[in-house]
Design a protein around this ligand. Structure first.
Ligand code: GDP
Ligand code: CA
Length: 336
């Protein structure tokens, strides 16, 4: 296998990528060699401007995780982080105070913002940042691409009696980070998504890769937004090689995060089978050839096969890079 492309959100996608890359490096993945190229197409609909800075949470989570700069406990942000700037901003009473802007992390946002304001597209900015984080470890065998260079933001409508409309629309980060997704998401609005275009290299990475993997990322606000960039679904339908995914829902619940709230808000059943059917079989206009579910969800296998999707049940908890490499192996075997 010369090339694999992965559609990634933040923490779930980054953990999966750690296992995939370890599996490739240790020769555990059938068909891959040390030369196998991995391209990550990452969600950018979580991006937000804060205090004049452009923040790209999912790009940074992937970059820091694979570059070993991540805080391993939190799963996001920099290790050995300090919070002086955040404290100083709060002392000025400057909103928002709920977003975790660490001092080390701020350097990344400063570089990104300067480059964006100098006219560089996000894809080139990301490549420049990855020279520090990814190139020393992976050379040109790993590329990180934003799904689009265009501005796309996920917003969430929540109930608010204080508003005449009874609703208030907030940025996804406010819904998730400040509110901990504690109230129902009445509606999701993907601002700019319909007008966005795939970033340079994305379409080719989808049509040309020997294998495309949909990792256990959030199906709505991570993978769903990537698939919402006009042209990306078409590229997946057009390709000849397989697309295989792994369920982020285990035993009818998400493992971390807020996939349950997001699936509910778009009317998709919160189950491994529900998410697989939501993505749909590529042979029937969807995006998947194969879908791995957790051993706890073995009953979903015949349901998925009925929907035209090859399926198997294996342990899907990413408890270690080795356990995750075994998941990647099972995914490859499912569609080989
Ligand atoms: P985010 O952008 O940081 O929210 O990360 P992603 O969208 O990439 O991934 C979030 C998803 O990962 C959630 O829906 C989780 O249920 C899923 N997830 C996290 N850890 C695991 C795990 O160990 N196993 C499985 N199957 N899913 C996981
Ligand atoms: Ca995210």
């Amino acid at each position: 296998m010369r090339s694999i492309t992965v559609l990634s959100g933040g923490v779930g996608g980054a953990r999966f990528l750690t296992g995939l890359l370890q599996g490739i490096a240790t020769g555990q993945l059938p068909g891959t060699t040390e030369q196998t190229q991995v391209t990550v197409v990452a969600n950018t609909a979580d991006d937000i401007w804060l205090h004049g800075l452009k923040v790209s949470p999912d790009l940074d989570t992937v970059m820091y995780t694979l570059g070993e700069g991540i805080d391993p406990e939190r799963g996001w942000g920099r290790r050995a982080e300090t919070w002086s700037v955040k404290e100083e901003l709060a002392a000025y009473g400057v909103e928002p105070t709920w977003f975790g802007l660490g001092d080390r992390d701020l350097a990344t946002h400063l570089v990104r913002t300067q480059m964006v304001e100098a006219g560089f597209p996000l894809s080139q900015v990301t490549a420049a940042l990855c020279k520090r984080w990814l190139e020393p470890r992976f050379g040109d065998r790993l590329r990180l691409l934003p799904m689009t260079d265009d501005r796309v933001e996920t917003h969430v409508a929540i109930a608010d009696d204080a508003e005449p409309s009874g609703k208030r629309v907030i940025h996804f980060q406010e819904y998730w980070v400040r509110m901990r997704a504690s109230v129902p998401a009445e509606q999701l609005v993907f601002v700019g998504l319909d007008q966005s275009r795939p970033a340079p290299g994305v379409t080719e990475a989808l049509t040309g890769a020997d294998l495309v993997i949909v990792p256990p990322s959030n199906p709505v606000v991570s993978v769903g937004t990537i698939l919402g960039v006009p042209g990306i679904r078409e590229a997946l339908l057009e390709r000849t090689g397989p697309v295989v995914g792994l369920s982020p829902i285990v035993g009818d619940h998400h493992v971390h995060g807020m996939a349950e709230q997001m699936l509910t808000s778009i009317g998709v059943e919160v189950s491994a089978a529900g998410v697989g059917r939501h993505y749909g079989a590529r042979s029937r206009g969807g995006v998947l050839d194969g879908w791995l579910v957790d051993s706890a969800d073995a009953a979903a296998v015949p349901v998925l096969e009925q929907a035209g999707i090859a399926a198997a049940a294996v342990p899907l908890m990413m408890t270690s890079p080795d356990a995750t490499a075994a998941m990647a192996r099972a995914a490859i075997e499912l569609v080989s």
